[in-house]
Structures are given as C-alpha cells and as structure tokens.
Design a protein around this ligand. Structure first.
Ligand code: E4P
Length: 219
C-alpha cells in the first residue's frame, strides 16, 4: 500500500520523504489555509520534494471554471494530480483531464456508488473519507471494503486512496482490505512506529549497555 502525506507542511513532508516513508502528498483548501502559504508556491515546493503524485484541489464548482483552474494547476509540475469534488461537474472535469493524460483524484467520496461513478469517469484515484464517515455514524472501513469488492469485480483501474485517516487502526484496516493508497497526517504516519515493547526494549538495552562501560568507536 502506498502512503501519501495529507499535509501542506513542507518541513513535515521533507522529514517523511527523507526516511522513504511517503509515495506522494495530498492537499486540500483547508490544509493550504493551515499552512499560511501561497497555494501555487507551496504546491510547487511540495512537487519538488516527492517524486509521486501531489494532489492540488480546484475550488470552482462548475466544469468550465474547474477546467481553467486545472489548466493552471497542471502546469506546476509533472507530478501534480488535479483534485476535483465528486459532483457531476467534477466527474466531467475528471474525464476531460484524464483523457488528456493528467492524473485526477476524485475527492469527497462517501458512498460506493459515488466511487463507481469516479471509476467510470476514469479517475486515477478516488478518495473515500473514512474519518468523516465514522464521525457521522457509519463505518468508514465498510465503505472501503465495498469499493474494493466493486472495483475488483469489474477490474477498474482507479486506485482507492483512503482519506480522512485519523489513527493507526484506519491504516491497518486499509492494508488488510487491500486499498491501493492511504493518506494520513504526518503525526499518524509517525505514530505507526510506536510500540510500548519497542520503548521498553530500548530502555533495557540502553541500561545494560551502560553497565558494560563500553562505547562504539566512531571512525
Ligand atoms: C485528503 O485528500 C482529504 O482532503 C483529507 O484526508 C481530509 O481529512 P479530514 O477529514 O481529516 O479533514
């Protein structure tokens, strides 16, 4: 499963990229607002930090204007992936951009039928929001299971990009189900390294090493 960082924080992206932990980045208007940066400028910087897809979202609601915005965004870098909302106008934009060879991420997906439409429109990625689904009394992971089943039934090439990931269990379940990608805030990605027995093991090894009185010679 590919990991994308769900952030526009370039320092956090650099840190994860340096450790080889991420395969791409997703942003949205709220994350751009949080970064306090100029949209085009920060997107260009992020595209240079990772080789994989970097989602940049249009803000228009109608197809014609989405196309104009998409045109601007796709000139930022070869690895830009245009993010469009799961509406009929968004799907029309998706079809037009993918026909032209541009990657498209269809976002704000909350049902398997919506995911079916995204696949029909030729989306590169569909983004079902599991955390927001959970918040509204549904099981976000059930949505991922349904989409996986449907896409496999018909061999759709659209990749399932699990979004709105809030905790380690969302990541684990996504991998069990066979999602293609998950995008999570840097803190969630880093939290996957945590285990109480790892910490305990480090503490006991460190204590025993100190008792040896030795040190490893540094060349
Ligand atoms: C990613 O593409 C989404 O925009 C993001 O995962 C939404 O996450 P949130 O529900 O935590 O805002």
């Amino acid at each position: 499963m590919k990991f994308f960082a769900d952030t526009a924080d370039t320092a956090a992206i650099s840190e994860l990229a340096e450790a080889g932990l991420i395969d791409g980045v997703t942003t949205n208007p709220s994350l751009i607002h949080k970064s306090g940066r100029d949209f085009l400028e920060v997107t260009k910087e992020i595209c240079a930090l990772v080789d994989g897809p970097v989602s940049a979202e249009v803000v228009a609601l109608d197809h014609a204007q989405m196309m104009r915005e998409g045109e601007t965004l796709r000139k930022i870098a070869d690895n830009v992936c245009i993010k469009v909302p799961l509406t009929i106008d968004g799907l029309k934009t998706c079809r037009a951009l993918t026909n032209d060879g541009t990657m498209v991420n269809v976002t704000l997906c909350f049902s398997a039928n919506q995911a079916l439409l995204a696949a029909k429109a030729g989306a590169t990625f569909v983004s079902p929001f599991v955390g927001r689904h959970d918040d509204n009394g549904f099981d976000g992971m059930d949505l991922i299971r349904d989409i996986r089943l449907i896409y496999d039934n018909y061999d759709f090439a659209t990749e399932i990009l699990v979004a709105s990931v809030r905790h380690a269990t969302h990541v684990l379940e996504s991998a069990r189900i066979g999602a293609d990608v998950m995008t999570a805030p840097p803190a969630v990605i880093k939290s996957l390294a945590n285990h109480v027995l790892t910490e305990k093991g480090i503490a006991s090894f460190t204590a025993d090493w100190e008792k040896t009185g030795q040190s490893i010679p540094i060349a």
